[in-house]
Structures are given as C-alpha cells and as structure tokens.
Design a protein around this ligand. Structure first.
Ligand code: SF4
Ligand SMILES: [Zn+2]
Length: 340
C-alpha cells in the first residue's frame, strides 16, 4: 500500500495512467535541453504577465522560489506553496501569483499560450483545457475565494482576463470576464481516489490513446506503444477528390525522387571516374564537373558536447531555426494498391 501519496495540483486531472505510473515508479521520458529551455522561457513569460497585471494598478504578490520543493528536473519550484490533505492522498501546488484587493488575497494563475491554443482558450475556455480546469479547482478549494486567470498570447502579448467561480459576486474588476468551471472539486477527489486504489494494486489502468490530443506530449507514451504502433492503421480513410489528387501527386513525387536519385548516382559515378583518371575539371552537354580531391566531413556529437560545457556556453553556440510545420507523411499503399 502506498503511504499517503502526494499528487501535483497541476496534474490532478492528468491521464490516470500517468498518475499511476508516477506512483509506481515508472520513469518518464527524459527532458531534453530544449524542453528545459522552453520551460524556462515560459516561466519568464509569467513575469511578463505579472507586470501586465501590475500595470493595471493591482498589487501583485510574488512568492519567489519555494523553500520546500524542487522540480522533477532538479530545478527549484516557484510560487505560493499550497497543500490539501485527505485521508488517502495529498495535493500540492504552486500558485503563480496573488493579488491583494481591499485587504484580501486572491490566487492568480498565469498561462502563456501559442496563438492557436490562445484562440482555443478564448473560444472555449476550460472546455478545451481540462488539466487547467483541474488545477484551478484545486487552487480555489485551497483559497476558498474566486481566482484570477490570466492567459497571455506568447506571439502577440495580448491577454485574456477572467475571474473564475465568483459565485457570490464579490470581485468586480474592469475588463475581466466572469467564468464558472463545469467540474467540481468533489469530482477530482473521486478521480484521484480511484488512481490511489489502482496504484495500491500495482496496476496501470487502461486509458484511451489519443495521438492528436492528450497523448501528444506525454512522457509515458512508451507505456502505450502497442497503441501508438497501430495508430496508422487506425487513421480513418477519407474521400475528398482534391486531397486524393494531392496524395497521388505526392506518391508520384516520391517515385520520381527515387528514380532521380538513382540516375544521378549512376551519372556521377561515370563522370567521377573520368575526372579522376583523365582531367579533374571539364564541361560536357550543359554540365560542368570539378573534382577537388578527397575530403573528410567533421561532425559534432551534440549529446556529448552538452555534457562538457556549461549552459551559458551551450546557449551561445546553438542556433534555433525558425518554427516550421511538423508533419509525417508516409506512402502506406502505392498507386497500384500495393503496400510499401
Ligand atoms: S500516452 Fe496517452 S494514454 Fe498513454 S499514458 Fe500518456 S496520456 Fe495516458
Ligand atoms: Zn513548494
């Protein structure tokens, strides 16, 4: 039996499989250097949002680093340390800021989102962000007051301003919209209790794998690998003529690239043979060829380098490219109907 397990408020409503896996000691995927850099960047954005709130004339309180807690990566947690204890488990969280209004303090939760997620929050609020809802419910359960919710658009600096669960209408702040959470804290308590029971039995619960949803950034994906591998087969077939044409063009392109690479490789071998045994530079039939002797390529083992230099030096030498659309496209059935 687990000894009164502690759950983080920020993941109180996370996939139950993750919560049980954490309690049973399964290892999460290691965070990469760029994951850690990104998290650091988001925490700096919290300061930006806090300054925006202060610029509206509110007294914003910052707890700084928590003297009690460290992050899983070893860094120190910041925020107001809050805890709730129940017979079977405890919840611990860190509230980003507090504001003091008329002598009373209210919790402030700050989120910084990319423009698409920000728009989604604007349209649906917590309906599309269940983990945020669970976390906010925990904070409000601790404070027993309404909460202030500030959502910063990382790309534009725009912000969404909400007062959450002000059932007694005690907080009226200009420019802030009042919203109410669909879930109750009792539901979270119930959910975590069943996680504790599963963990006590040493069993991972089943959870539906959602490649485009909650599972995308999960650090325990390896526990669901059998579902990941069959994901391509599960992708539904659609029938849209313009898209079929694009898919056909894609297949044609892949075939032409392959043929092109084979032709180029055969031509280069003939041209290089001539250049090496006759003359190193020549032009023929609209092609010029120049042989410059043998060379070697130098590559760098980035993983090893990271262990040898400090963070400042590493940050100075790396170059982060422009954001790009990441996608996977595979030929799963060729134009003749055969599998690749
Ligand atoms: S991959 Fe998805 S279903 Fe599996 S543990 Fe992670 S969130 Fe849960
Ligand atoms: Zn703490």
């Amino acid at each position: 039996m687990l000894d009164n397990p502690v759950f983080r408020m920020s993941s109180a409503t996370a996939c139950p499989k993750i919560l049980v896996a954490e309690k049973l000691g399964y290892e999460p995927k290691q965070k990469t250097r760029s994951d850690l850099d990104r998290l650091q960047y988001y925490s700096w954005l919290e300061d930006v949002a806090a300054k925006q709130i202060a610029s509206l004339g509110y007294e914003v309180l910052d707890a700084g680093l928590c003297p009690l807690c460290t992050n899983p990566d070893g860094g120190q947690r910041s925020g107001f340390h809050v805890g709730l204890n129940f017979p079977l488990f405890s919840l611990v969280g860190h509230v980003d800021r507090q504001v003091r209004i008329d002598g009373k303090t209210y919790p402030v939760e700050i989120k910084s989102l990319g423009r698409f997620s920000w728009q989604r929050f604007k349209n649906n609020q917590f309906e599309s962000f269940h983990d945020y809802e669970g976390q906010e419910l925990c904070y409000l359960e601790y404070y027993k007051t309404p909460g202030i919710y500030w959502v910063l658009n990382r790309d534009t600096g725009d912000s969404l301003k909400y007062i959450v669960n002000d059932h007694k209408n005690i907080l009226n702040l200009p420019g802030f919209e009042k919203i109410f959470l669909a879930k109750t804290f009792a539901e979270i308590e119930e959910q975590i209790t069943s996680v504790v029971i599963d963990a006590s039995c040493g069993e991972l619960p089943n959870a539906p794998f959602e490649p485009d949803g909650k599972c995308r950034y999960c650090d325990y994906q390896y526990l669901c690998l059998d579902q990941v591998e069959t994901d391509v087969n599960k992708t539904s077939e659609i029938n849209i003529p313009e898209l079929s044409e694009a898919a056909r063009l894609y297949q044609e392109g892949v075939r032409m690239e392959k043929e092109g690479a084979e032709r180029k490789s055969s031509a280069i071998s003939t041209l290089l043979g001539f250049a090496k045994s006759n003359q190193p530079k020549f032009k023929i039939s609209g092609v010029s060829f120049s042989y410059s002797g043998q060379k070697t390529r130098t590559t760098c083992d980035m993983d090893l380098l990271k262990t040898m230099i400090d963070d400042d030096t590493y940050n100075k030498v790396i170059r982060v490219g422009r954001p790009y659309d990441s996608y996977t496209v595979r030929v799963v059935k060729d134009e003749n109907g055969g599998a690749e």
